[in-house]
Design a protein around this ligand. Structure first.
Ligand SMILES: C[S@@+](CC[C@H](N)C(=O)[O-])C[C@H]1O[C@@H](n2cnc3c(N)ncnc32)[C@H](O)[C@@H]1O
Length: 221
């Protein structure tokens, strides 16, 4: 990491980065570890979780413009976490925390059940080679983890520049009994709170179409 990124970890991590008990790997989460949002943010407020937050452009912008809500960035890329902390600090953002961990584990055990009012996944790695597509995050079974973390009526928002992955996301989530579409027509409108990131800009420059999706978590029985 660069000097600034090292500084981010030394000076800013104590405020922003959650201290997660690990299981086997560094980015794993111990299955018995549970986040306590009230203790972490010092209040009760709606919680928005971004999976694969990258450099943090979307979540820092959202957290600074929506001070009444709390935000959690989930990312495994250290330099991205450092950038996110530096930008959050510069913007004086206080309602944001970061977790350096594998997203499926955060959704399926670390977050308390029903804790998130929204889960965002923007430009998830497309793993575009045929032999790699099984590594995609949004694949059959993903809905269970996302539904566990979301509150009743909570929203799962997605965007991608990769057509084949967009089709897979829609097919997987349409088949999920715990979710229903929260959009009309083929694709959702661009989500207003989603700012342009480097990944989106790159996709557009390559002539790719950006597709948004939004699904609502059905109420628990
Ligand atoms: C293509 S980038 C998009 C980043 C950001 N959302 C944006 O739009 O700029 C995908 C990000 O997801 C992260 N990621 C991939 N798999 C992950 C996982 N299992 N848990 C947490 N983050 C993950 C990667 O490290 C990468 O930063």
């Amino acid at each position: 990491m660069s000097e600034a990124q090292e500084r981010a970890f030394a000076e800013l991590a104590p405020h922003y980065l959650l201290d997660v008990p690990r299981d086997v790997a560094w980015t794993s989460v111990h299955p018995e570890a549970r986040m306590d949002p009230v203790a972490e943010y010092g209040r009760e407020a709606p919680l928005i979780v971004e999976i694969g937050s990258g450099q943090g452009h979307a979540i820092v912008s959202a957290a600074s413009s929506r001070p009444d809500e709390d935000f959690l960035a989930v990312e495994v890329f250290r330099a991205g976490l450092a950038r996110t902390m530096l930008d959050a600090d510069k913007a004086g953002v206080r309602n944001l925390r970061l977790v350096e961990a594998n997203a499926p584990e955060v959704l399926s055990t670390y977050l308390p059940e029903g804790a998130a009012t929204e889960v965002w996944i923007f430009f998830s790695d497309p793993w575009h080679k045929k032999r790699h597509t099984k590594r995609r995050l949004i694949r059959p079974g993903f809905g269970d983890a996302a539904a566990r973390a979301l509150s009743d009526g909570g929203l799962l928002r997605l965007a991608t520049d990769w057509e084949d992955y967009a089709l897979q996301m829609r097919e997987v989530l349409d088949a999920e009994p715990l979710f229903e579409r929260a959009f009309e027509g083929e694709w959702a409108e661009r989500f207003d709170g989603r700012v342009m990131t480097a990944f989106e800009r790159k996709g557009i420059a390559k002539g790719r179409e950006i597709r948004d999706l939004v699904y609502r978590r059905k109420p628990r029985a």
